[in-house]
Design a protein around this ligand. Structure first.
Ligand SMILES: *[C@@H]1O[C@H](CO)[C@@H](O)[C@H](O)[C@H]1NC(C)=O
Ligand SMILES: *[C@@H]1O[C@H](CO)[C@@H](O)[C@H](O)[C@H]1NC(C)=O
Length: 385
């Protein structure tokens, strides 16, 4: 079997910044003292209630140490910039169009956690909140295009959160809600060092900046095959001729890619407790691990928005095809903005259900019934009816 080459994907996707919870003893003492004095209630609560009690969110504190102590309100958003509405999406489920639509019809820019691929002419990412407390992100989308910045409503902000590597083993993608939230807040960006060099960094921002969420859901079969196409594009970009030959952008190429991955991780899945209930239904389904991730991803996204207690709009990607005006209307209204301009043409995503046999679709349906939370199942069961 061919060994899959893994290109230099940004490692921030799967490695966490070290958790201050574990490393508190390593932090400079003056930083801790300063934080307590400047009234970071969460740390204070944690310190006074003793070690290892309720989980504490250190996201703000972590960035705080890096960015200094100029906090002047509880949120630290001194920019008079609206708060964020996450665009939560498992990759390749319609993120790009949704962002384009919002920018086009409102005339206002959107934001992204991935500043690294949204650069100004000088090669750096542009922060949304230039003076927000501790915020190392999010960043403006395509900042070279000098769009208006929204002055009210919410700023749609792309994040793919965690649990989404495509070439990785069980241990690489099974995660809990704690890690998932951290990944939702995680950013990558490019800035200039004091010597003028461009430096790539990972960052995070305070969850308090997030006030709403748009949760995108796409037909899992189309979504998973599209993810293969994305991987295929990477092979092309890397001129990985061997992979391009072995995995053409066809149904056969998809299956060859999935088979190699399955073989690579079979042992791990057979013995994993996370697969225990489902392995018999999906063992032979191509790219079943990506369906596992899809289910886990949506479960965790629902848990996250529930835990943050933020209003959440679920959008079915296919409703841009079947129900365009209403879907657009709901989205723009939810963002507290106005649709003023014409929407960009929506080119319906292709459908790839015919890449799978009826039997395979049944196997996946069984995995959904077993692993999807009520809420996830509620919003995905129609893909199996
Ligand atoms: C891609 O790789 C092939 C062989 O590995 C080489 O002949 C070709 O020149 C490369 N193309 C580019 C654009 O680098
Ligand atoms: C998508 O449209 C269908 C009707 O066409 C509707 O029943 C469904 O609720 C819509 N999805 C969402 C998430 O609003």
């Amino acid at each position: 079997m061919k060994e899959l080459k893994i290109d230099a994907e940004p490692s921030y996707e799967y490695t966490m910044l070290s958790s201050p919870k574990r490393n508190l003893s390593n932090l400079p003492m003056n930083a801790i003292v300063a934080t307590i004095f400047f009234g970071c209630g969460m740390i204070l609560g944690w310190v006074s209630s003793g070690i290892d009690q309720t989980p504490v969110d250190f996201t703000g504190a972590r960035a705080h140490f890096r960015y200094g102590l100029d906090r002047s309100d509880t949120l630290g958003n001194n920019d008079a910039m609206p708060k964020l509405a996450w665009l939560l999406s498992f990759p390749n489920s319609g993120t790009s169009y949704t962002g384009e639509l919002v920018r086009a019809v409102t005339g206002f820019n959107t934001a992204t956690n991935y500043g690294e691929s949204n650069l100004l002419n000088d090669g750096t990412s542009e922060l949304v909140y230039t003076s927000a407390f501790g915020a190392a992100g999010p960043f403006w989308t395509d900042p070279k295009i000098n769009r208006h910045k929204p002055t009210n409503g919410y700023i749609l902000t792309k994040t793919h959160c965690g649990s989404r590597c495509d070439v990785c083993g069980v241990d690489g993608y099974v995660e809990n809600e704690h890690l998932f939230l951290q990944h939702c807040l995680e950013t990558s960006y490019i800035s200039k060092s004091s010597t003028g060099d461009l430096v790539k960094s990972v960052g995070t921002y305070d969850k308090e900046l997030v006030a709403r969420a748009v949760h995108l859901i796409r037909d899992p079969f189309d979504n998973i095959v599209s993810r293969f196409h994305l991987r295929h594009n990477r092979f092309t970009k890397l001129n990985d001729t061997e992979s391009l030959e072995r995995y053409p952008k066809t149904s056969d190429g998809f299956r060859a890619f999935c088979n190699d991955l399955s073989e690579l991780h079979a042992q791990e899945e057979e013995t994993s407790k996370f697969y225990h209930d489902v392995i018999d239904s999906i063992r032979n389904v191509p790219c079943h691990a990506d369906f596992f991730r899809y289910i886990q991803w949506h479960n965790l996204a629902f848990v996250t928005t529930w835990d943050l207690q933020i209003p959440t709009l679920v959008v079915h990607y296919e409703n841009f095809t079947t129900n365009f005006d209403e879907t657009k209307g709901m989205l723009i209204e939810f963002l507290g903005q106005e649709a003023i301009y014409e929407p960009p043409t929506f080119v319906a995503g292709k459908t790839y259900r015919d890449y799978f046999s009826d039997e395979e679709i049944d196997g996946i349906a069984q995995m959904f019934e077993m692993l999807a939370m009520e809420k996830t199942w509620h919003y995905t069961r129609h893909y199996f009816e």
